[in-house]
Design a protein around this ligand. Sequence first.
Ligand SMILES: Cc1cc2nc3c(=O)[nH]c(=O)nc-3n(C[C@H](O)[C@H](O)[C@H](O)COP(=O)(O)OP(=O)(O)OC[C@H]3O[C@@H](n4cnc5c(N)ncnc54)[C@H](O)[C@@H]3O)c2cc1C
Length: 376
Amino acid sequence: MNNKDVLIIGAGAAGAAAAFHLAKAGHKVTILEQKEQGLIKPCGGGMASSVQEWFPFDLKPAVEEIIKKVEFNWCLSDPVIAELPGTSPFWIVRREILDELLISKALEEGAELLRPFRVETLQKSDSHWQVSNCEGIQLEATAVVIADGSNSPWPQIFHLGPRSQHHAHTTSVRLKGRGNLKEGTARFEFGLVNHGFAWAFPLKDEVNIGIGTFLGNQAADSKKILNQFLPNLGFDPNEVNHHDSLLRVWNGHHSLHGQGILVVGDAASLCDPFLAEGLRPALMSGCEAAQCLNSWFKEDIENLSSYTKIMKKRWGESMAWGRNISQVFYRFPKVGYQLGIKRPTAPQRIAQILSGQMSYRDIAQRVIKRLLFANR
Ligand SMILES: Cc1cc2nc3c(=O)[nH]c(=O)nc-3n(C[C@H](O)[C@H](O)[C@H](O)COP(=O)(O)OP(=O)(O)OC[C@H]3O[C@@H](n4cnc5c(N)ncnc54)[C@H](O)[C@@H]3O)c2cc1C
C-alpha cells in the first residue's frame, strides 16, 4: 500500500482548494473523485471576486460574467436595483471549469487524482486513515480531508459538523441563450418561492436559473415557479429539465476536526443559510484546512483544533446571524422585502454581502445600533 500524507475525498471546490495548497506546501496528496470529468454541476456559479486573494494563479478562466448590477423583484415586479460597489466584486463562474482549473493547478503542484474512485469505506487504523472503493482498492494516509459535499456520510460517523443537519431544497436549470437578462446583471426573485427565492445568473451564452427554499422540510413546486419565472426572463418554460438536490446549510458552531481528519465545504455544512452562498466557504475552508494540516505535519501545532476555531471566526460567526436573518426573512418575506430589500441602503448591503465586503454580523450590528438609537 502506497502511503500518502493526505487523502482528499471529493474534487469539488473545497477538496481542490485544499489539494492545491497542500501539494504546493510539498505534501503527498491524493484526491479521490467519484465522477468523470466535465459533468455539469448544479450551481449558480455566483462568487465573490475576493476569493482570488487565496490563490496565486488567475481564476479568470472560469469567470464568464462580471456582475455590475443586482436586480431584486417581488412576484416579478416592484424591482430594486443595486449597483455593485468596486470594480468587479461579484463573478459568475462556470462551475465545471472552476473545479477543473483548481484541480489542474493541484496536479501541477504534484497532487495525484484518482477518478472515478468512489470512496465506500473510511476508517482509522492505528495512526493512519484507510479508504477503499467498491473494487476493494485500499489507500492509506496520515490525514484525510472530507470534501465530498452535501451527501457526505462521514461527518455524522466521525462526529464532525452539526449533529442535526439542516438542508435547503434546491432546483437548478441551465438554459441556452440569455433570455432578456441584461448584461452584467444578476436577478433575485422573491415572493414566488415560499420560504426562499429564485435566481437567474448569466454565463457567457447560457443562464443558470435556480430555486432555493431554506425553511421547513418541503421542496418548492419548481414546475409552477419555473412556469412563472422563465417567461418573465424571456424563456419558454416547456421541456425544461430541472435538477433537484439537497444542500447542507450552516446549522451552528461545531467541531470540524478530529485526529488527522478535517471536514470542509458542504460536507462541513458551511453553506450560507440565507443566500446559499457555498463557493466562498468551500474555498476558504479548503485553504484553511491545508494551512492547518501543513502546520500539523511540521509539528508547529499538536492537533487540528485551530481549523475549527478559525472557521468559526472567519465564517461561522457571520453565518449565525445569517441563520437568524433567514428565519425571520423567509417567515415574513413580504415584510422582509418591504423593510429589508426596499430600504434605500439594503440593496447595497446585500451587494456587499455577495461580494464578501460585509458580513451578516456587520449588518446585524448596524440594525441593533439603529434600534438602540431609535429607542433613546
Ligand atoms: C442549485 C444550486 C445552486 C448554487 N448556487 C451557488 C452560487 O451561485 N454561489 C455559491 O457560492 N454557491 C452556490 N451553491 C452552493 C455550492 O454549489 C456548494 O456550496 C459548493 O459546491 C460546495 O463545494 P464542495 O466542494 O464542498 O462540494 P461539491 O462541489 O459538491 O463537491 C463534492 C465532490 O465530492 C465528490 N464525491 C461525493 N461523494 C464521493 C465519494 N464517496 N467518493 C469520491 N468522491 C465523492 C462529488 O462527486 C463532488 O465532485 C449552489 C448549490 C446548488 C445546489
